[in-house]
Design a protein around this ligand. Structure first.
Ligand SMILES: Nc1nc2c(c(=O)[nH]1)N(C=O)[C@@H](CNc1ccc(C(=O)N[C@@H](CCC(=O)O)C(=O)O)cc1)CN2
Ligand SMILES: Nc1nc2c(ncn2[C@@H]2O[C@H](COP(=O)(O)OP(=O)(O)OP(=O)(O)O)[C@@H](O)[C@H]2O)c(=O)[nH]1
Ligand SMILES: [K+]
Length: 453
């Protein structure tokens, strides 16, 4: 059944700026009458119609191609009109104002996709995959978003929901026949099926974790005392001269950010002001910010000089690191002591030490390889589907309830409690595809989309 939206929505669907062609998209009940007014006729459904786009006074706003998709066979499931005009901001604004004048209202971000979700054209994971496909910054990320958009992730989730449901029905049947319950539960079928579901959940979780990594990436902060070579490392990794490098201690005053990707995994690098007892107020604020940057980082790289003992200032930095943040030590300037690039693990602390030269770009691959490994990035983009933290949380909840259910079965042969755990696992999974969801969640998801999507 069509989800009834009384409004007709409109937006420029193409990117802001100038382009060969620009599209104004309209969705809703007034699409046909708007087409009539703008084109002077209703185009044959799903056929390209070339002609004038008319203003109210009969003057020509643009010449372009129009497409009309009557419901339910459209992207949103509603009547959709596309005006494909010349891709300039002024022309597109004219076309948008024209359809608004004819009764459409401006669409909110993500509203077309939300409408498609409401009309069951897409499930929630697929709608999110559209946004992720648009956001993708690497081949791997785009490919995995495409897989999710085509429904690979949703199919896995739906299969799991189906299997959980079947198992729950089986267990509930056992409960209804108390004299047979114990036999029912102990015949090995339930335990076997539970294990099968758990194995499958683990596989899906791992794949989703890789997908989420492709989306969110890893964030590292480079910390160290002045002149350690932090800015040089940022520049070497990004291949750009983003941060100023000088031999003057205290060059970097504020945080400099760069984003690169390592085999498809986005790496957000933050170069910070060298940490020392600063008397200069600007530098002090910069150092404060350096520490704050750690709050949202996945890892910190502490830069030390190769071939030198740990200075008092280095030790102060190491001591001040918050306990939750993983640390990698970087021994920079190996060229000065004729040392080869190397990776070692400190016997006493278990910390990895990477010996490199930022200036001469030696040992950078080893650092990248290390970061990838620490983040658990597998890089076999094969079969990975795009996922978000929200999906990982849901999968984790489903895993927890299923494990709980397994314990109920093994330790207490408690059929009723097992059935309840299976139901909760199923509900958690259903949040991924949006079969079970709140308006609040929908709002949060779709408003993060771009306008016109
Ligand atoms: N011009 C244009 N290009 C576009 C889009 C668009 O909206 N307009 N899209 C927007 O994101 C994407 C394509 N997505 C689309 C998805 C479904 C339908 C559609 O008409 N679906 C109907 C008919 C299906 C069929 O004939 O097989 C349906 O689902 O019933 C159209 C576009 C990318 N390219
Ligand atoms: N020989 C050698 N010099 C390096 C290397 N890396 C950086 N340097 C030099 O060390 C000096 C300081 O480098 P920066 O990258 O500005 O150091 P920083 O840690 O960002 O310094 P602040 O901004 O002051 O905190 C510059 O003269 C660099 O050229 C290296 O691998 N070998
Ligand atoms: K410097």
């Amino acid at each position: 059944m069509e989800f009834d939206n009384i409004d007709t929505i409109a937006a420029i669907a193409t990117a802001p700026g100038r382009g060969g062609v620009g599209i104004v998209r309209v969705s809703g009940k007034k699409s046909a009458q708007i087409a009539q007014a703008v084109l002077g006729k209703l185009p044959q459904p799903r056929y390209a119609h070339y002609g004038n786009f008319y203003a109210e006074d009969g003057s020509v706003l643009d010449q372009g191609i129009a497409l009309y998709f009557p419901n339910p066979n459209s992207f949103t499931g509603e009547d959709v009109l596309e005006l494909q005009g010349h891709g300039g901001p002024v022309v597109l604004q004219w076309l948008l104002s024209r359809v608004v004048e004819l009764g459409a209202r401006l669409a909110e971000p993500g509203e077309f996709s939300k409408q498609a979700f409401m009309n069951d054209k897409l499930d929630l994971a697929q709608a999110e995959a559209i946004a992720d496909l648009i956001e993708a910054s690497s081949d791997q990320a785009a490919k995995s978003a495409m897989r999710s958009l085509q429904g690979d992730f949703s199919r896995e989730v739906n299969t799991l929901v189906e299997e959980l449901t079947q198992l729950r029905i089986y267990v509930e049947a056992a409960i209804d026949f108390p004299e047979e319950e114990i036999d029912f539960l102990s015949d090995g079928k339930v335990a076997g099926q539970l294990q099968h579901i758990l194995d499958r959940l683990h596989i899906v979780f791992e794949s989703a974790k890789q997908g989420a990594l492709l989306r969110e990436g890893m964030s590292v902060v480079i910390l160290g005392r002045p002149n350690a070579g932090k800015s040089s490392l940022l520049n070497a990794l990004s291949g750009k001269e983003s941060a100023i490098v000088t031999d003057i201690a205290g060059t970097t005053r504020d945080i400099v950010k760069e984003e690169i990707n390592i085999d498809g995994m986005p790496l957000h690098i933050l170069d910070t002001a060298g940490v020392r007892e600063a008397t200069d107020q600007v530098e002090q604020i910069g150092i404060e910010r350096a520490w704050q940057a750690l709050d949202s980082a996945d890892r910190v790289l502490v830069m030390l000089q190769a071939g030198e003992a740990i200075h008092e200032e280095d030790q102060i930095i190491l001591d001040k690191l918050p306990p939750h943040i993983p640390v990698t030590l970087v021994r920079n300037k190996i060229d000065l002591i004729d040392h080869a690039p190397m990776v070692e693990v400190e016997a006493d602390t278990g910390r990895t030490v990477i010996w490199l030269s930022a200036k001469h770009k030696l040992g950078l691959e080893a650092l990248q390889e290390h970061l990838k490994t620490e983040m658990g990035y597998a890089q076999t983009a094969e079969g990975v589907f795009m996922a978000r933290k929200r999906h990982l949380d849901a999968l984790q909840t489903a895993l927890d309830w299923t494990v709980n259910g397994q314990q109920q079965l093994e330790q207490f042969a408690a059929g009723e409690l097992l059935a309840e755990d299976l139901r909760l696992a199923q509900e958690a999974l259903a949040e991924i595809t949006g079969r079970f969801t709140s308006d609040d969640l929908l709002g949060r998801i779709f408003t993060s989309f771009c306008i016109g999507k």
